[in-house]
Design a protein around this ligand. Structure first.
Ligand SMILES: [Zn+2]
Length: 164
């Protein structure tokens, strides 16, 4: 799923963990639940518009990137006090797409490698998906499937508004 969905999930989990649990369990459970929320959300990625490779020249894809990263960035700024939940909810992407990519670039400078097959957590998520959610339709290239993620985001926003 995209940045804004993971950010919203991190916020909502932290809000509810701090409402339900006392210190230090509120922090411990925020870290645990937000970290594993990424596995659940990304396991459902096939029902959302999420091409695994950049669709260069496609204006719709480019606009969707700007909207998701833009709204994700704004949410991080607006909900900065929930940075623990936000950070842990995005840790899987940070490790696989940022840290590992940097490491590979430094280690293997000349050889061209496919990043998609060289990550840790997203290959685990792919295995979970193949074993449990194989029956879902693959809509990753279907532009109408942006609606699935928008609906998930609306549900999360409603959950956040009700908690406050
Ligand atoms: Zn991810």
């Amino acid at each position: 799923m995209n940045l804004e969905t993971h950010v919203l999930t991190g916020i909502i989990i932290q809000i509810y963990c701090f409402m339900i649990f006392i210190f230090p369990f509120n922090i411990v459970f925020t870290i645990l639940f937000t970290f594993f929320s990424h596995f659940i959300l990304d396991a459902f990625v096939l029902i959302a518009y999420h091409p695994p490779d950049p669709q260069k020249g496609d204006l719709f894809w480019l606009s969707w990137q700007i909207i998701t990263y833009g709204s994700g960035g704004i949410l991080i700024l607006l909900f900065y006090p929930f940075i623990l939940g936000i950070l842990c909810a995005n840790l899987v992407d940070l490790i696989d797409w940022v840290i590992l990519r940097l490491l590979y670039t430094r280690m293997i400078k000349k050889e061209k490698i496919n990043w998609r097959y060289n990550h840790i957590f997203h290959s685990i998520i792919a295995k979970i998906r193949k074993k449990t959610l194989f029956w879902l339709p693959n809509l990753t290239y279907n532009k109408k499937a942006t609606i699935s993620e928008i609906l998930i985001d609306i549900a999360l926003i409603i959950g956040i508004l009700f908690a406050k």
